[in-house]
Design a protein around this ligand. Sequence first.
Ligand code: KG4
Ligand code: ZN
Length: 337
Amino acid sequence: MLVLGIESSCDECSVALVEEGRRIRSNIVLSQVESHAVFQGVVPEIASRMHTESILPVYRAALAEAKVSPEEIEGVAVTSRPGLTGSLVVGLTFAKAVAFSLRVPYVAVDHILSHIYAPQLDTPIEYPHLTLLVSGGHSIIGEVEAFDRFTVLGTTIDDACGEAFDKVATHLGVGYPGGVQIDRLARKGDPAAYRFPIPKLAKGNHRYDLSYSGLKTAVLHQLDQFHVDGKGSSLEDVAASFEKAAVDMLLLRLMRAVNDTGIHRVVAAGGVAANSYLRARLAAETGLEVYVPPLELCTDNAAMVAGLGYHYLMRGESSGYDEGVRARVPRFRHSYP
Ligand code: KG4
Ligand code: ZN
């Protein structure tokens, strides 16, 4: 089955064509990052307007690259939750229009589940497996039972991991989005230059939870001091030390989950999984069977949407034309969705 995937949940407008849930025929991603950079963050109104302008050309580019005519599309999959409401509406409405005009089924899928599915496009991975899903909006350690279901073991109690990368980068004055810049700077720095705190979260039911707000504040204080007394370390050292603390925290909680569940198969996903230090640390961790998708499948893309949607469509499940978007997914703490 040839599935058309559509992704517009945030600031990437993407359309893909994927066969049998795995073979990527095309995966066009148009990033709006330059339009939001001046604001140091995604501006929802700008994002949705830009999706409106770009969805049709991106769709045409995906068809052209795959050398496919619209009549060959057998099903449509689209992100409908969670994300920016106005941006999601553009993708969902477009998906309904394509499906209606071609008389094929369409299915509205979850963005988190698509990120978790992304590595399956590269290589088949057996269930159950653990997931380390770290992006600009989410930081989740979960046990994945199937393509459509997982149990959240831990999540952030405050900021998301990617958000911390972005905020630290903003304060370092190295540009937006920050993850890539921190990654680049940190390669030239000393990760032992500063010892930043990793919260223990010992109280309550937080065994696998994460917290990035304290780490971010500690880095900002350090930067203030650095600028005040102007001696010693460099931005590269701050970036490397922050990155080490951020990744140490992820691995500490992840290894806890590995030991408690006895599941050694680990899949990293989401934008922060593009981080070269995290990828190296995961690869060096012995006793783990680690899967990390190629960089272009870590960040938002429509191939993961088409890949995931294929499985619902094959089960005969599709969405109705009354389907709406959801900015948030409720009851997130335990089982998902
Ligand atoms: O998955 P994604 O594209 O969008 C969301 O759904 O959030 O993730 C974007 C996040 C941003 O916070 C970005 O700074 C971070 O992923 N990111 C990175 C790297 N590349 C992207 N963080 C650390 N190192 C990277 N190389
Ligand atoms: Zn995402």
